[in-house]
Design a protein around this ligand. Structure first.
Ligand SMILES: C[S@@+](CC[C@H](N)C(=O)[O-])C[C@H]1O[C@@H](n2cnc3c(N)ncnc32)[C@H](O)[C@@H]1O
Length: 187
């Protein structure tokens, strides 16, 4: 007969792990939701991701963008994720399906990542995180870098393309820089 306290302990631990998986990253700037297939496709298409590109996915989740950019476009991809269970999933996916040589998984805070060597930055984050990322983008992105975001725009930046149905916002740096004389830009 199984000890009921042991069962309860297992149940509570499993529940805590699930709650942590779902809610922990709220503290850092965005909860978890995988980027839908069609959206990933549009993001990669807008940014014209190719094999010579170095892509950085800020908040890599379980890898919807990371692995497609690496496998289908041949890009070199850095996936940055703060939540450890998702890091484990990302590392397992990399180990099992690869491509190991072109995918790097970094466990840490995306605000600490240097973006100066990125050709393409992808994100699916919350508005507060986009707001905080804007000055970082402006400080660090190299000329010619592209940023593509799902659901939330980079506040104040000028878009190069938008898919309103899929909520995809595409920017080229430095042309995304807001014109101080313009009446308005995409908020
Ligand atoms: C909506 S999901 C992104 C999905 C993912 N890009 C994909 O391709 O499916 C947002 C992710 O950002 C992560 N995140 C939130 N704040 C973060 C931070 N400061 N640094 C790194 N990752 C963060 C969350 O843990 C979550 O997995």
């Amino acid at each position: 007969m199984v000890d009921p306290f042991l069962l309860l302990a297992v149940f509570v631990t499993a529940l805590a792990a699930v709650a942590y998986f779902v809610f922990a990253s709220f503290v850092y700037g965005a909860g978890y939701q995988p980027t839908p297939r069609r959206v990933v496709e549009r993001m990669l298409e807008y940014a014209e991701v190719a094999s010579h590109d170095r892509v950085v996915d800020l908040g890599a989740g379980t890898g919807a963008i990371v692995f497609r950019a690496a496998r289908e476009r041949g890009a070199t991809v850095l996936g940055v994720e703060v939540e450890p269970i998702r890091i484990l999933i990302l590392r397992l996916r990399r180990l099992i399906g690869g491509p190991r040589g072109r995918v790097t998984i970094h466990w840490g805070n995306m605000f600490d990542i240097d973006l100066s060597t990125a050709d393409v930055v992808t994100c699916f984050l919350w508005p507060g995180a986009m707001q905080k990322l804007r000055p970082k983008f402006e400080r660090e992105l190299a000329e010619g870098a592209r940023v593509v975001s799902h659901w939330h725009p980079v506040p104040g930046w000028r878009v190069a393309a938008i898919d309103p149905a899929l909520h995809v916002y595409y920017y080229r740096w430095p042309t995304a820089k807001p014109n101080p004389n313009a009446a308005s830009s995409v908020a």
